[in-house]
Ligand binder design. Structure first.
Ligand SMILES: [Zn+2]
Length: 116
């Protein structure tokens, strides 16, 4: 399972989690085997809802596609796994840890979330 397949599915509107094929549950996106039973993992549909676990506002522009300032989130999904994502529509008050967010789209090789 690699990141490109997760991004390809997300581009069609289907955000996925990595889950143990034998039913141990959802695991980290970086896992290669189930940390509980060492068995294979599979992609499962995720709700796309989560909360901000942490975030950082970048004030330096590193690529032509991403104008500064932009906000990188570390989102904890309802399913329990965490992923890095960009925050859409950063105008308005800055986000807070714990704010509810929802999967919005993909773009520039990243997953985007917006505040709920
Ligand atoms: Zn397992």
């Amino acid at each position: 399972m690699d990141v490109s397949e997760i991004l390809e599915r997300a581009a069609t509107g289907k955000l996925c989690c990595l889950s143990c094929r034998s039913g141990c549950g959802v695991t980290d996106y970086a896992a290669r085997v189930c940390p509980k039973c060492s068995g294979p993992l599979e992609l499962r549909a995720a709700s796309g809802k989560g909360r901000i676990h942490s975030f950082a506002v970048f004030h330096t522009q590193y690529t032509s596609e991403l104008a500064a300032p932009y906000t990188v989130l570390f989102v904890e999904l309802e399913e329990g796994c965490r992923l890095a994502a960009l925050l859409d529509s950063p105008k308005g008050p800055p986000p807070k840890v714990g704010d509810p967010v929802v999967f919005a789209r993909t773009g520039s090789g990243a997953v985007h979330f917006s505040l709920q």
